[in-house]
Design a binder for this molecule. Structure first.
Ligand SMILES: [Zn+2]
Length: 454
């Protein structure tokens, strides 16, 4: 048995040094959207991994910023991969920051900087955990890999090229995802997946130009065509009517139902915030949670046709368009869902409605029974002293399916953020205490996962 307390003590004694290492990363802007500091940041992350004795490489992504990859063998014949990103969001608007976004200033027990929560704090905590382990124990408890991309904040546009070119490097037994931390009630939280998306544009054309509406007796109206088509997609009971739409929806397991019971009750906060009297179908409690986390949606996100300005204009529009966003749950396939939608439109006589798939992302979900899910939960409780809240999915997005589900890899989140970290916004921050706890948490995860069954 490894004496984790000795490693924890080392972390405490070297807290200053580990904070300084994080600040060094925070001082280096790395804004993918603007191409600022990306080469420097990739080099820094690679050097930090080199210093830990990892074999590292920067892999070209065919058109995007490189993926910084590292691996090091350990004792157990098991591999844990950390997925992270070295890019951050732009810091704008600068005048809303209390201190320089690239300073990593420490104030009120917090570290303030762009990217400290999302996700340099996590990268630095993971490196620090490995360093402390090696200083006290020596050999790593299991094989470790890092896949640190440079385009997460701009949609991971070229990550799939890296995955296609280097399938072998992506293999692992489990993954720790890039984000994580505490919720608004300060309870540690774990996310076990992301929802997918199928985003579609529908367009209908009528006469060659807008017409005098007196001719509505004889000239077809594309706005009506579109509305009739849209009305076949969903019933007033909120049930989506595209045949086959729900076929691949995975039901919640016993354990997942229990996890839902444990989620914080945020109904009233949401009702107050939205200023609505109640939710669709009057749902509350477990029924609402089930719908939130285990059911797909079909949303009219945009609708455009004809005259919509002040007063009246009796016009018969020549064009109509709608944008439809469908949030998918495991195991729905965005391309299959798009095909089902197209077939449904055709079968209902709407062959004149043009459609285009403009966005597709697969849903991902790791089982609560997966060893990594159990390990992250148990170690959260041990290190943070609080039972974590487990979310079967997250509202966020990212290449989780591509890196994990596609390879049969279970994944969970573990990180140093909190409910008020303000990722992507001015005054992004983390608690110094959470950074140190986050380092210890990674130490415990490595130890426990190395010993876990399966
Ligand atoms: Zn982000």
């Amino acid at each position: 048995m490894t004496d984790l307390n000795a490693v924890y003590t080392y972390v405490d004694e070297h807290a200053e040094e580990y904070i300084a290492q994080l600040q060094k990363m925070l001082n280096q802007p790395s804004i993918a959207a603007q191409g600022v500091g990306m080469t420097e940041m990739a080099a820094m992350v690679q050097q930090d991994m080199d210093a830990l004795g990892f074999e590292t490489e920067q892999y070209d992504t065919r058109g995007g910023f490189p993926v910084v990859y590292g691996e090091k063998a350990g004792k157990a014949d098991k591999t844990l991969v950390f997925y992270d990103h070295y890019d951050v969001q732009p810091a704008d608007p600068l005048d809303l920051w209390t201190s320089d976004p690239w300073s990593g200033e420490i104030r009120d027990g917090k570290i303030w900087a762009r990217g400290v929560a999302d996700n340099k704090g996590n990268i630095a905590a993971r490196f620090a955990a490995i360093d402390a382990w090696q200083k006290i124990v020596g050999e790593l408890p299991l094989n470790l890999k890092f896949i640190i991309e440079g385009e997460e904040e701009i949609g991971s546009m070229h990550l799939q090229n890296f995955i296609d070119d280097h399938n072998d490097l992506c293999q692992a037994d489990a993954c720790i995802w890039e984000f994580g931390g505490r919720d608004i009630d300060d309870r540690p939280q774990i996310h076990l997946g992301l929802k997918g998306i199928c985003y579609v544009e529908l367009r209908v054309s009528g006469a060659r130009r807008d017409w005098h509406s007196s001719q509505a007796t004889s000239i077809p109206n594309p706005a009506w065509r579109l509305v009739w088509a849209l009305s076949t997609l969903k019933g007033p009971d909120d049930r989506i009517l595209i045949p086959g739409f729900y076929d691949k929806v995975k039901a919640a397991t016993e354990a997942e139902l229990q996890a839902l019971e444990n989620l914080p009750d945020t109904e009233q906060i949401l009702l107050d915030d939205a200023q609505i009297p109640g939710f669709i179908n009057g749902l509350t409690g477990m029924e609402l949670k089930l719908k939130d986390y285990f059911e797909p949606t079909c949303t009219i996100s945009g609708l455009l046709s004809g005259y919509t300005e002040k007063g009246q204009k009796t016009v018969l529009p020549s064009k109509a368009m709608a944008k439809i966003d469908m949030r998918l749950v495991a195991d729905q396939d965005p391309h299959e869902i798009y095909a089902l939608l197209r077939k449904h439109l055709n079968d209902n006589g709407f062959t004149d409605i043009e459609s285009e798939l403009v966005g597709a992302g697969y849903p991902s979900r790791t089982s609560l029974d997966a060893p990594i899910a159990r390990v992250v939960a148990e170690t959260y409780e041990e290190v943070f002293g609080q039972e974590p809240v487990i979310y079967p999915t997250s509202s966020g997005s990212g290449p989780w399916y591509q890196l994990c589900d596609a390879f049969g890899i279970d994944a969970a989140t573990a990180g140093v953020g909190n409910g008020y970290s303000q990722a992507h916004a001015p005054d992004e921050n983390i608690n110094v205490e959470d950074y140190i706890l986050g380092i210890k948490h990674i130490v415990a995860i490595m130890d426990r996962f190395a010993q876990s069954e399966g």
